[in-house]
Design a protein around this ligand. Structure first.
Ligand code: FES
Ligand code: FES
Length: 176
């Protein structure tokens, strides 16, 4: 099992919902910027990011929680954004792949993915990188077996797994 799951399990903060109009007003902090959006209460965090905020780095693979391509962080914890309702993220910090680079410098994990050729088509890569960074912070990257287990929610149809694990090892070892 991975540590991925729905942000709805944390403390509840309420979005404002106009039930007559069927519209919710949601305020999120996305990659450090406050973003206010209006959407239908049924909209997933993934669709809110991609369709309402034009942050298309997070990918829609399966839209049912089985591929990990949509992985983002909510309050620093990785979640599957396709299974997370945007209204449950009211007032929370959301980090996407677009938020990793600082002052134009790629995150070390992004650089490691390039260095170790850890992608082919690249479709799964944003989710892989968001999970990989969280994995190390969770302390679940001590062995190859552990990396494989705790990255098992992120599917790579190009089977770049050995290279992904090599990139993770490099960042893990550089951090100690
Ligand atoms: Fe969310 Fe596949 S798109 S898990
Ligand atoms: Fe193609 Fe992972 S690089 S799906």
């Amino acid at each position: 099992m991975t540590a991925q799951g729905s942000a709805a399990t944390s403390a509840v903060r309420s979005a404002q919902i106009d039930r007559d109009a069927g519209i919710a007003s949601v305020t999120l902090e996305v990659n450090g910027a406050i973003r206010c959006i209006e959407l239908e209460p049924r909209v997933s965090l993934l669709d809110a990011l991609r369709e309402h905020l034009q942050l298309t780095g997070s990918k829609k693979g399966c839209d049912q929680g089985t591929c990990g391509a949509c992985t983002v962080w909510v309050d620093g914890r990785r979640v599957l954004s396709c299974l997370t309702l945007a209204v449950t993220c009211e007032g929370r910090e959301v980090t996407t792949i677009e938020g990793l680079a600082a002052d134009g410098d790629l995150h070390p994990m992004q650089r490691a993915f390039i260095e170790y050729d850890a992608f082919q088509c690249g479709y799964c890569t944003p989710g892989q990188i968001m999970s990989a960074i969280a994995l190390i912070e969770e302390g679940n990257a001590t062995t190859d077996e552990e990396i494989a287990e705790f990255m098992s929610g992120n599917i790579c149809r190009c089977a770049a797994y050995p290279n992904i694990r090599a990139a993770i090892r490099q960042v893990r070892d550089a951090a100690v």
